[in-house]
Design a protein around this ligand. Structure first.
Ligand code: G4P
Length: 287
């Protein structure tokens, strides 16, 4: 679901999260492991008002594991407890309640010292659309709770989901908006399918992807589409378009006169890329 974010939406989304913050102890900030900064809300520190927070890099199954490890270091250096998970299978998510307790360790220790039995840690998942919030909620709950595809400003009665004995999760996530100012952020999100092709032109999205893959993931793309030489000058649009045309020819995307149907080739390439047919990839790296 693509959301058009207007200032009113952002204000409402922000207010909704801040209402929820009053109910919870820790925040689970969900980012896409393939593009953690581009899938991060630009005002997150301000919005969370110092609430203890962990960073969960989701869709790690689709990301380049070497780059994901670098991102984990990056966020740890920022002072955040960070893990990488695959919410679609649940891989890694058992760590989440453990980290939630760790975030509150001092408070819990104080309570125990006073003879108070600490209650379950209350958590809220926040993130931009399509990052996997509903999938993670359902996985942690062990059943279907949240409808996938959410909208800012739409609320329903919220309930607590028990995650084991030591964590409780709000069943509605906090929905945040992505960063808009940087056009490359938009393209990275679009390559993953988080921004739909009605908003950005499909050929432009594919051009961005092919340029990036030519530079950093040439071999998997070359093998998949049986391509010739790697482009020499990544900043030369003609060389990138030649790769797109070669992909189109390989897949039979030809229109009358033998011309390559670049729109069709672009859709096909993005579909295969998103489906993991070219293996794992990351769209930005910290170092
Ligand atoms: P949201 O609530 O943050 O908007 O995201 P949502 O859970 O709806 O997930 C968006 C898409 O990402 C879904 O795919 C979901 O299956 C997929 N997804 C979520 N987490 C992971 C993950 O860790 N790994 C992988 N590979 N995919 C993940 P969809 O195509 O929109 O729906 P569907 O194919 O699941 O029906």
């Amino acid at each position: 679901m693509t959301i058009q974010w207007f200032p009113g939406h952002m204000t409402r989304a922000r207010r909704q999260i801040q209402d929820k913050l009053k109910l919870i102890d820790v925040v689970i900030e969900l980012l896409d492991a393939r593009l953690p900064l581009s899938s991060r809300n630009p005002m997150i520190d301000d919005i969370l008002q110092g609430k203890p927070r962990m960073i969960v890099l989701n869709k790690a199954d689709l990301a380049d594991s070497t780059v994901t490890r670098e991102w984990m270091e990056f966020f740890k250096n920022e002072g955040h407890l960070t893990i990488a998970v695959d919410a679609s299978t649940g891989l890694g998510i058992k760590e989440i309640p453990i980290l939630a307790k760790q975030l509150l360790k001092e408070k819990i220790d104080r309570q125990i010292a006073k003879g108070i039995n600490p209650r379950a840690v209350r958590a809220l998942i926040v993130g931009i659309p399509n990052v996997g919030k509903s999938t993670l909620i359902n996985r942690l709950a062990g059943r279907n709770i949240a409808a996938t595809g959410d909208r800012p400003g739409v609320t329903k009665g919220q309930q607590w989901i028990k995650v084991g004995t030591e964590m409780e999760l709000l069943d509605t996530p906090g929905i945040l908006w992505p960063k808009f100012e940087d056009q490359n952020v938009g393209y990275r999100l679009a390559v993953t399918g988080a921004i739909k092709e009605e908003i950005l032109n499909v050929e432009d999205i594919a051009f961005f992807a092919v340029k990036y893959l030519s530079k950093y993931y040439w071999s998997p793309m070359q093998e998949r589409f049986d391509l010739g030489e790697q482009p020499r000058d990544f900043d030369n649009p003609d060389e990138i378009v030649s790769v797109m045309e070669a992909i189109g020819r390989k897949r039979g995307c030809i229109v009358s006169g033998g011309r390559v149907d670049l729109e069709k080739a672009s859709s096909l390439l993005l579909r295969e890329l998103r489906a993991g047919k070219m293996g794992t990839f990351s769209l930005e790296a910290p170092y």
